[in-house]
Structure formats: C-alpha cells, structure tokens
Design a protein around this ligand. Structure first.
Ligand code: NAG
Ligand code: NAG
Ligand code: NAG
Length: 498
C-alpha cells in the first residue's frame, strides 16, 4: 500500500487498463468454457484392426500416415494404453466396460460359432442414445449375429453399415466365400470390387453429411484395415518401393489407405462444422500379428497379437479434440480399453449406473496430463487348453502358463528399408512364470520371477481375486455352425439360427 501511494499516476492508470484487459480476457475465456461444456461433444472413435506399435508414422518414420501423425501431434498420444490380445475380446470390452473374461470372451472364437455379447448388458451406443446422441457404426462388429438381438442396430446403433465377422475379403466383402456386408439389416450385394477402406470411409462420410446437426453424434468407425488378407490398391503399395519384404510393403500400403480414410473423415467433420466440438479417438484393437511373414511390427515391444506380451496388448493410439485443455504430449498414464466406456459416457454428460462395470473414467487425468486413476488390470484369465494369464499391478506384470513357445521382436525401424527377408528375432519362452518390472524394462527382457518370489505371490493373489468373476468361454458346437451356414440364408451370413 505504501508503495502504491508513491507510484506516479501514469503507472496506476496503465496498471488499471491492463487489469481491465486481463479481466475481460478471463471473462471471455470463462464464457467460452461454459459454452463448450454445456454443448455435448461429438465423439468419433476410429478403431484400426491389427495395427502394430511401429506401424504408424508417429512411432516409425518409415510409415506414411500424414493425417494420423498430424492429429496425433495436435492431440495426446497414448503411450500406455492396453487392449485385449485379440479383436473380439477388445471390442467386447470397448462396448461394455467389462473385462472380456467376465463376458465369455477370454479367447477369440469366431462369431459364426453362435455366440454373442450377453444380451442383458447395456452397450455403449445404447447408453449414448439415452444421452440424446445419434449413434452410427461402420465396419467390423465381431460381437455376434446368430440372432437379430445380437446385431448392432438392436444394441444401440441408429445406423449400421458393415460386417459381422472378424475378417473377410477386402474387395468381395465375403467370408469363406459368402457375403458378409450389411446395410442395417439388409445384405448389400452392390459393392463387390470396392476396396474396404474406401467403402467404410464413404459410408462414415455419408453418416456425417446426413446427421441431424441439432443433436450430438457418436460415430464408431471400425475399419477392416489392416487385418489380413493383405489386400490393397496398387498405388498404396507403390508408396513403399524401398521396402524389400513384399508382405511388409503391402501391409504398409494398407496403413496408408487407412490414413487417407481418416483424413477424409476429418474433412467431412470440418465441412459440416462439427469438428470444433468433436473428440476423436484413434486406436488399434490389439498388437500387430507380426508372424513369420513379418508384415507388421510391434518393435520394440515383445510379442504379437494373441499373446499377452506387451506387443500383443499395448496398443497405438491418440485422442484429439479442441476441448483438450492441453495437448501435444505423450500421456504415459495407464489406460485399459475397459475404461473407454465410462470415459466416453462421462464426456457425454452421463454417469455409469451399473456398479459391475470394471472401467474407470480417465478423462480428467488424460486431458490434464495427471497420473492415471487406473493402477492395475487383468490382461486375461482363462482355463485350459489355452491357459495363459497375466496381471499388472503398479510397475509389475506377472504372467503364467503357456504363453507362447516363441515370442518375437521385430527389427528396428532404421533397418526397415533394407530388409529383404523376414527378420523377426525369436526369443524363446517356455511355459512358466514371468515377472517383469515394466517401468525399468518395458520390452520384457528380464524375468524377475525367481528373484522376487514375494512380488509373484502378491500379484498371484490379486489375479485369483479377479478370477472369481471369470466365466468360461463358449464351447464350439459343430451342429450350431452347420445351422448358421449361409446356404440356409440365401448365401449371406445372417441371423436366425440360435
Ligand atoms: C513410450 O513408452 C515407452 C515404454 O515405456 C518408452 O520407452 C518410450 O520412451 C515412450 N515414448 C516416448 C516418446 O516417450
Ligand atoms: C447378466 O446375466 C448374467 C448371467 O445370467 C448375470 O450373471 C449378470 O449379473 C447379468 N448382468 C447384468 C448387468 O444384469
Ligand atoms: C464378387 O465378384 C466375383 C467376380 O465377378 C465373383 O466371383 C464373386 O462371387 C462375387 N462375390 C460376391 C460376394 O458377390
């Protein structure tokens, strides 16, 4: 106060004006925040199929994905997000907020075996409908279709265009020679020859154009890329002339085709004035298959799709949205696919009422770059014959059972252009017990199980606790499979046989 009194008039005056500007700026900012938070955001969830850790440009400079890279850089790159080890279980978790082992999805059984996601669950799109969202889905469902009640439009999607199975031909849209392409409940025979990423992008754009702009939108685009078979228009393969391994060249072409699709969806959102209020998530459903053909790469992570090593379960992804208070960083906090359900419902202004849901809302932590509320999760629990289980608690991961005779590590990106032959380096793992400190050893080189038997005991006890909620997987029934054959349904994979 003493100093103030002695300050010349001129300075007081300018301090006042400056203060005024600050006050006005903060008013604007507050006003802005209020407007944003009362308007529900559009949510666009793009799920890539079998995309490996080093199969995108932001993790590997040899991969040509300019759209994905730009969005990732402008958003928040997820550096420690986990999915299940394969497609069906990951999607079951994403749609329900339950761990897959509670839903009979410990292992991947084809949808054509006559299974589905339990009907008493309220799936994510249904919850979004309840929050006044329009809900659209494009692409791969993979969560059952043997009766209509299992299919997307009966589980909460206003509109669906895509396929029921886990895979298929990228051009004929058939699985085992029979059509698997559906426009809501109707078979679509008209797209034989259209490449899958073109087809699904086109449909996603159409849903965006036709969307009633007075309502918020939940759009789930589950691309078929980059799942096998390795099929892609030649112009994309030609982008990778320097890559000697022909399988890798094709797969990377499929990745670039996917990237074009992502770019077109963003353009459509901008053209329709939806972009400023959109949260876009891009993720893979599991690690790359990284098999002996070595087409995909999870480098430097160990292992591949279907394995519980990090390469099979720790997935690439990012979140983008103008409403992120901060962006342009890698988020190192732990997230599991099970968390997206409550996180997206929270963003939509809702709350989870089902106390059994395993997921945790991670939006605050993720968007403010704070520690994650998720401190532990189950990779999987199961019984024989597939027995392999793992749990993460804090920095430690315990794994036991028959978790792969061989686990591969792909070669580093620097050698990408030089490879003529598949060069996965095999690391032999026999049945047994593993303990890794993932903070110090994220690429699983040092098994600490013998040295730290106390830690193994603690994590085993925790695993057994979770396992109390385990429900055994579906049994494959040959009679069922026969009843579901497309020959009984005009040559189309269709509901009506369970
Ligand atoms: C992502 O996580 C891995 C494994 O913990 C770490 O080695 C890597 O440095 C992280 N990436 C970046 C860019 O921070
Ligand atoms: C769904 O049904 C199963 C099996 O009957 C039951 O265990 C589970 O608690 C039910 N879940 C909900 C959310 O109602
Ligand atoms: C697609 O077209 C090819 C070539 O004409 C044909 O052999 C195939 O049966 C068609 N598939 C479907 C599912 O329509």
């Amino acid at each position: 106060m003493e100093r103030m009194r002695s300050t010349p008039k001129k300075i007081i005056c300018s301090v006042f004006i400056f203060g005024c500007i600050l006050w006005y700026a903060s008013f604007l900012h507050e006003h802005d925040t209020v407007v944003r938070s009362t308007k529900k955001p559009n949510i666009v969830f793009i799920l890539a199929d079998d995309l490996g850790w080093s199969d995108v440009g932001f993790n590997n400079p040899y991969v040509i994905t300019p759209n994905i890279d730009r969005l990732a850089r402008e958003g928040v790159i997820l550096n420690q997000t986990y999915a299940a080890q394969s497609c069906g279980p990951s999607r079951a978790t994403l749609m329900s907020g339950y761990f897959p082992y509670r839903l009979r999805y410990s292992v991947q059984l084809g949808a054509f075996f006559g299974q589905g996601l339990p009907l008493n669950l309220t799936l994510l799109p249904r919850t979004m409908q309840g929050l006044s969202y329009s809900t659209y889905m494009v692409g791969k469902w993979d969560l059952g279709f043997c009766k209509e009640e299992y299919t997307p439009t009966r589980r909460g999607f206003d509109k669906f265009y895509g396929y029921y199975m886990a895979s298929g031909d990228h051009y004929t849209h058939s699985f085992l020679g029979h059509l698997d392409l559906h426009d809501n409940m109707d078979p679509d025979w008209s797209q034989n020859g259209t490449y899958s990423s073109y087809l699904y992008t086109h449909k996603a754009v159409e849903f965006i154009e036709d969307h009633d702009k007075t309502k918020p939108m939940f759009l789930y685009v589950a691309y078929q890329n980059v799942h096998s078979p390795l099929q892609v228009p030649k112009n994309y393969v030609d982008m990778y002339r320097s890559v000697k391994n022909v399988n890798r060249r094709k797969l990377l072409g499929m990745v670039s085709a996917l990237d074009d699709g992502v770019g077109k969806i963003v353009k459509a959102l901008k053209r329709n004035k939806l972009w400023e209020n959109t949260v876009l998530l891009f993720l893979s459903d599991n690690g790359g298959p990284q098999n002996e053909r070595c087409e995909s790469s999870n480098w430097p992570l160990l292992g591949k799709k279907l394995q519980l090593f990090e390469g099979g379960t720790r997935v690439v992804g990012f979140v983008h949205g103008d409403m992120l208070p901060e962006s342009g960083y890698r988020y190192h906090g732990m997230i599991h696919f099970v968390d997206w359900y409550p996180t997206l419902v929270g963003l939509a202004g809702g709350e989870i009422t089902d106390q059994e849901v395993d997921g945790i809302d991670v939006w605050r932590a993720l968007s403010m770059n704070r520690p994650s509320p998720r401190k532990e999760f189950v990779y999987n629990v199961m019984d024989r014959p597939y027995f392999c289980e793992a749990i993460r608690v804090g920095d430690y991961k315990m794994m036991r059972g028959s978790c792969g005779d061989v686990a591969c590590r792909a070669p580093p990106p620097e050698t990408e252009g030089k490879l003529g032959e598949p060069q996965c380096i095999e690391v032999w793992r026999k049945t047994g017990l593993y303990l890794y400190n993932l903070k110090d050893d994220p690429i699983e080189r040092y098994n600490l199980a013998e040295k730290m038997s106390g830690k193994v005991r603690t994590l085993t006890a925790r695993l057994e606790e979770y396992k109390k909620k385990y429900v055994p997987s579906f049994k494959r029934s040959e009679a069922r499979i026969k009843e579901g054959q497309p020959d009984n349904f005009g040559g189309v994979w269709s509901p009506g046989w369970c």
